[in-house]
Design a protein around this ligand. Structure first.
Ligand SMILES: Nc1ncnc2c1ncn2[C@@H]1O[C@H](COP(=O)(O)OP(=O)(O)O)[C@@H](O)[C@H]1O
Ligand SMILES: Cc1ncsc1CCOP(=O)(O)O
Ligand SMILES: [Mg+2]
Length: 261
C-alpha cells in the first residue's frame, strides 16, 4: 500500500495547498518538490477558498499565527470540507498562549482529516500537561500514545505523533514507525514539512487518511535514515535529506520499519 501510494504521488504530482509558517514555507516547498508533489504556499483570505478548491489537499500550520491568517485558515478548512478534500492540521506550539488555545479550538471544530504534531502538542491537545510550550517536543512519543487514541476517537481524525518512533492511530488501528535520524529535530521546520507531505499523500489516497499518514511518515523515516549516513551535522543533513527524498524508491518506502501497535 505504501509503495503504491508513493508511486501514485510521483505519477500524479498532486497540488498541495499549504498555509504554513514563515519558518517552514521554503523548507516545506522544497520537501514537497523533492518527494514529487507540487507545493503552493498561500495565506490571503481573498483567494484561499479558490485555491483550496483546485488543490488535492490542504495543510494548515499555525506556527507564526496572526489574525488575518486565522481568517484564511478557517475559510480554507471550510472550502476543503465543501469540496471533499482532506485537510491536515499542524497545531505548532498551540499550548504556548491563550490566543493559540482559542484558535486551535476553532480549527478543530472544522474537522481536520489528520492531525500531525509532536508528542507535547498531542498531550496538550488532549488536555494533559505537556513537557514543552514551544515548537520543540519535551515529551516522548510513548507518553502521547493514549492521548493520540483519545483524540482520534473524539475528533474522528487520524492522529500522527512524531518523534524518535512515530505513532499513528485512527482510534481503531494504530502503528509505530521507526527510523529517521536524531538530526531531524535539529533542522527547523522538518516537522512542518512532514505535515505538508502528509497532505500530499492524503491527496492521492482519497478516503484513507490512515494509510496516507503512515506512508508519509515511512518516507520521512527512510529518507532520514539514509541522509544521516555521511552527514556531519544539521547543515549537511538538511541538504542530504532533500537529496534522499528525491532519490526515494517504492521499495525504500515499503521497507521502512512500520509495526502494528
Ligand atoms: N530522535 C529522533 N530520531 C529519529 N527521527 C526523529 C527523531 N526526532 C524526530 N524525528 C523525526 O523528525 C520528523 C519531525 O518530527 P518532530 O521533530 O517530532 O516534529 P516537530 O518538528 O513538529 O517537533 C519526523 O519524521 C520524526 O520521525
Ligand atoms: C521555530 C518556529 N517558530 C515558529 S514556527 C517554527 C518552526 C517549527 O517547525 P517544526 O515544528 O517543524 O520544528
Ligand atoms: Mg512541529
Amino acid at each position: 500500500m505504501r509503495a503504491e501510494l508513493f508511486l501514485r504521488l510521483r505519477a500524479e504530482k498532486p497540488l498541495v495547498l499549504n498555509i504554513t509558517n514563515f519558518v517552514a514555507m521554503n523548507v516545506a516547498a522544497n520537501v514537497l518538490l523533492a518527494a514529487g508533489a507540487s507545493p503552493a504556499m498561500a495565506c490571503a483570505p481573498e483567494e484561499i477558498a479558490d485555491l483550496t478548491a483546485i488543490s488535492g489537499a490542504l495543510t494548515v500550520n499555525f506556527g507564526t499565527l496572526n489574525a488575518e491568517w486565522v481568517v484564511a485558515m478557517r475559510l480554507a478548512a471550510e472550502a476543503a470540507n465543501r469540496a471533499g478534500r482532506p485537510w491536515v492540521f499542524d497545531p505548532v506550539a498551540h499550548q504556548a498562549t491563550p490566543y493559540r488555545g482559542t484558535v486551535v479550538a476553532q480549527l478543530l471544530r472544522l474537522r481536520p482529516a489528520i492531525i500531525r504534531a509532536n508528542a507535547s502538542e498531542i498531550i496538550a491537545l488532549a488536555g494533559g500537561q505537556a513537557g514543552a510550550a514551544g515548537p520543540d517536543a519535551g515529551d516522548a512519543v510513548e507518553a502521547a500514545e493514549g492521548a493520540a487514541r483519545d483524540l482520534a476517537l473524539r475528533l474522528g481524525a487520524v492522529v500522527a505523533v512524531t518523534g524518535a518512533v512515530d505513532f499513528v492511530t485512527d482510534g481503531a488501528r494504530a502503528c509505530r514507525i521507526a527510523g529517521g535520524s536524531a538530526l531531524m529535530p535539529q533542522v527547523t521546520a522538518l516537522g512542518c514539512s512532514l505535515t505538508c507531505l502528509v497532505g500530499a499523500f492524503a491527496a492521492v489516497a482519497p478516503g484513507d487518511p490512515f494509510e496516507a499518514s503512515v506512508a508519509a511518515l515511512a518516507a520521512f523515516a527512510a529518507a532520514g535514515a539514509a541522509a544521516e549516513v555521511g552527514a556531519s551535522g544539521p547543515g549537511s543533513f538538511g541538504w542530504r535529506f532533500l537529496d534522499e527524498l528525491a532519490a526515494l524508491t517504492p521499495a525504500a518506502v515499503a521497507g521502512a520499519c512500520v509495526v502494528p501497535a
